[in-house]
Design a protein around this ligand. Structure first.
Ligand SMILES: Cc1cc2nc3c(=O)[nH]c(=O)nc-3n(C[C@H](O)[C@H](O)[C@H](O)COP(=O)(O)O)c2cc1C
Length: 241
């Protein structure tokens, strides 16, 4: 075990922060770590927007389902897939392909995870915010995101004011396979995992939340999320072909 692995295994999302600011040195270190992530074809197809203006932060928070930590975290960053930059420097570049959506999403996700891990290594905490995609057209207008840019997720960062237990993950045997797709179907294994997740939520919420993993995914996947997404992607010049 290395200290890096220990750090990664200790990850838990933080949703409550103290008032303490993040120093400029810490910010630079987190940004450098984020930028050091690998990049598909070295396209570096990402941009990150720091929301430092207090009034703007409140507006962004409102567009993110009013999740209060979006407003109270020391930092809130919006991670975007970005092909606008490429078109500026190479106007003849061919864009709009579905593959480029994947490239932008993967590059940006790798940057985001690097940023959070770097922050955690500094004793900070954070949580990703997919809710930046709740009202994407309004967010694009608020942040002046041009065509070729889409907000993928936000990241709250700050000094933790809570210490939740790590959330139990699926058994590794269900997620890691060898030489092909061999899904381990174990009713007993899933029952045990469901109980672990139920126990986690009960402990975290003082008994208020009584949900298993299969119960939770059943609720999440009962309906289409963000049904406007395909139209939005095309509006921004993604997924046209
Ligand atoms: C892309 C992405 C979007 C997320 N969006 C939200 C969000 O909008 N609000 C929130 O409270 N947590 C959000 N999360 C955090 C997840 O709920 C959390 O990572 C997951 O439940 C596992 O818990 P852990 O991070 O504490 O291990 C998001 C995570 C990811 C990766």
């Amino acid at each position: 075990m290395t200290t890096t692995i220990e750090l990664m295994r200790a990850h838990r999302s933080i949703r409550k922060f103290t008032q303490e600011a993040i120093t400029p040195e810490q910010l630079s270190a987190i940004m450098a770590a984020a930028q050091s992530a690998s990049s598909s074809s070295f396209l570096q197809a990402s941009s990150v927007i720091r929301i430092t203006d207090t009034a703007l932060r409140q507006q962004v928070m409102a567009l993110c389902g009013n999740q209060d930590y979006v407003g109270s975290a020391a930092e809130f960053w919006v991670f975007c897939a970005d092909f606008h930059r490429h078109l500026q420097w190479v106007p003849d570049a061919k864009t709009g392909f579905a593959e480029q959506l994947l490239i932008g999403a993967i590059d940006t996700a790798l940057m985001g995870q690097n940023a959070l891990t770097a922050a955690e290594s500094l004793g900070l905490g954070g949580v990703f915010i997919g809710a930046v995609r709740n009202e994407p057209v309004a967010l694009c207008e608020l942040l002046s995101l041009p065509k070729g840019v889409i907000p993928l997720f936000g990241l709250c960062l700050g000094h933790p004011d809570q210490h939740p237990e790590p959330k139990p993950r699926l058994p590794a045997s269900m997620m890691f396979m060898e030489n092909g797709y061999w899904q381990v179907h174990s009713d007993a294994g899933m029952k045990e995992y469901d109980e672990q997740v139920r126990h986690y939520y009960q402990t975290r919420t003082g008994g208020k939340k009584d949900t298993s993993w299969t119960g939770q995914i059943g609720e999440t996947l009962a309906r289409e999320a963000r049904p406007f997404m395909f139209e939005f992607l095309q509006r921004q010049g993604f997924c046209l072909k």
